[in-house]
Design a protein. Structure first.
Length: 323
């Protein structure tokens, strides 16, 4: 692929910074502009990462130089501004979780179909070859028939009402913010949708947002999955996959920094996949391959809609508001 893709970034938060930092190390991407609510915020961002800073999201999505939009805005703004970008003729890489609920997600993909724009959920870890190798290994039957999956994604950050994660109207909470990873990976490993699911959650100071949660899912008659997630909890970020002939242990795999271990017959094999590009550069190149070369996306619309449906059900089960 020799062509380049001109990017615009919606938002200047933490994830936008990570994407902008990695993008120059991609093979295909160039940052053209970043849009923020204020000119000062946009200028500070581009002072560090390059491109031009623009005031207002509408200005960015209508910039004729921009071909693709990275929507890093809070969850509650994904629907509105992804649709606005597509109607302005821009392809969209939209941060996870994709929308506030299944209905919004369906509407977003309907607009993608109508406009012919590429729209992909930005589960960055799924684009990485190490994750693809993990899924391939499990589906190959290397550990026999799947029986148990235990997945965890937690972090501790000082709670703040200035953080959109603590606002129900913005689709806040641990299930949406990091539990979505657990659901996404578990469904891929199972290669099916859950037939039963239930979650429990701790609600932060009574505002309806889950700051940590746990749940269990059943896939048919044989496979059970357990997940834990949290925004105010320090623990490992591991996934443990057990089958009838072996197991796989994955430590802190969400950022694709580690290999995984295949344990079978009392022997352990370390499985590593070399990749020199940083995580978000890999994602940017995968997106460009879909836009420029018509390559099937690393995460399909059906996959995104399936994950959103599960997230809605889990939040409802746990008593978390589903906007």
């Amino acid at each position: 692929m020799s062509a380049k893709l001109n990017w615009g970034i919606l938002g200047t938060g933490m994830i936008a910074c990570k994407f902008a930092e990695d993008l120059p190390q991609s093979n295909t991407g160039k940052l053209i502009a970043t849009g923020s609510r204020t000119q000062d915020s946009a200028d500070r961002f581009v002072g560090e990462y390059g491109g031009k800073g623009v005031e207002g999201y509408e200005t960015l999505v209508n910039d004729p130089e921009v071909q693709a939009i990275y929507n890093s805005l809070p969850n509650g703004l994904h629907h509105e501004w992804s649709i606005a970008a597509m109607r302005a003729g821009k392809h969209v890489l939209c941060e996870k979780p994709f929308a506030l609920n299944l209905k919004e997600a369906e509407e977003m993909f309907a607009v993608a179909e109508e406009t012919g724009m590429v729209l992909i959920e930005a589960f960055m870890y799924r684009a990485h070859p190490r994750t693809q190798k993990l899924i391939e290994t499990v589906r190959s039957g290397a550990i026999g028939d799947l029986r148990l999956i235990r997945s965890n994604f937690t972090f501790y950050r000082e709670p703040s009402m200035n953080d959109a994660r603590y606002h129900p109207s913005q689709g806040g909470g641990a299930i949406m913010d990091v539990g979505c990873y657990c659901m996404n990976l578990t469904r891929q490993l199972a290669d099916s949708e859950p037939t039963e699911m239930e979650a429990v959650a701790h609600l932060y100071e009574g505002n309806g947002v889950d700051d940590y949660a746990a749940g269990v899912l059943r896939f048919g008659d044989e496979l059970l999955a357990i997940f834990t997630c949290g925004m105010t909890v320090e623990s490992d970020q591991g996934t443990y996959i057990s089958g009838t002939k072996g197991s796989i242990e994955v430590e802190a795999f969400w950022f694709c920094e580690n290999e995984f271990r295949l344990i079978k017959g009392g022997k352990e094999e370390v499985v590593a996949v070399e990749e020199s590009r940083p995580l978000y550069a890999v994602e940017a190149d995968a997106f460009a391959a879909s836009v420029l070369d018509g390559v099937a996306p690393w995460i399909s619309s059906a996959d995104t809609l399936g994950n959103m449906k599960v997230m809605d059900a889990l939040r409802a089960s746990a008593g978390v508001p589903v906007e």
